[in-house]
Ligand binder design. Structure first.
Ligand code: SF4
Ligand code: SF4
Length: 161
């Protein structure tokens, strides 16, 4: 499916996630970059060394989840908008997702907006927790969703006013 549609399957995603034990410790990066392309700014973006240096610029990026603290700096520096941060320990019922957002208008903190899956289908309502504006790189939106959707929701839609 990935090759035909560009949309990774649940199995594709499971292959890139950290262990259950790591996921229970707090926020971690999720790098949804599946195409071998000449691109590597993510490796320099992480000052904690949690995105491994590549031997070849066409290599797929790899995370060292033990070094990742979920800060999200790498999200805004990926030209492929392929990097997310997920925190499944955010609360009893909710997971936090930090996602790249390149559109305008930006949402506002406190907004409740449609949460979309990778195919652009609405799967829930998501609450905007924080809006990180970056004039020179991609904006980052923090949302919360039901925990079981932590690896389903990857975008939001701002309803037209
Ligand atoms: S979320 Fe922060 S610590 Fe983790 S890989 Fe990205 S920049 Fe590094
Ligand atoms: S910067 Fe983004 S698109 Fe480029 S290799 Fe890293 S994750 Fe993939």
């Amino acid at each position: 499916m990935l090759k035909q549609t560009g949309i990774p399957t649940k199995e594709d995603i499971e292959k890139i996630l950290p262990s259950k034990q790591r996921r229970e410790k707090g926020a971690y990066v999720v790098i949804e970059c599946f195409e071998e392309i000449p691109c590597d700014p993510c490796t320099a973006a992480c000052q904690y060394g949690a995105i491994l240096q590549m031997e070849n610029v066409n290599d797929l990026p790899e995370a060292d989840y033990e070094k990742c603290n979920g800060c999200g700096i790498c999200i805004g520096l990926c030209p492929g908008v392929a990097i997310f941060v997920v925190d499944e320990t955010y609360s009893e019922e909710k997971a936090l997702i930090k996602l790249p957002y390149e559109f305008t208008p930006l949402p506002n903190k406190g907004d409740v907006v449609p949460g979309l899956d990778r195919a652009g289908e609405e799967v829930c309502k998501a609450e905007v927790i924080r809006v990180q504006k970056h004039p020179s790189k991609t904006n980052i939106i923090w949302i919360t969703v039901q925990k079981e959707l932590a690896h389903e929701v990857r975008f939001i839609r701002i309803p037209e006013i």
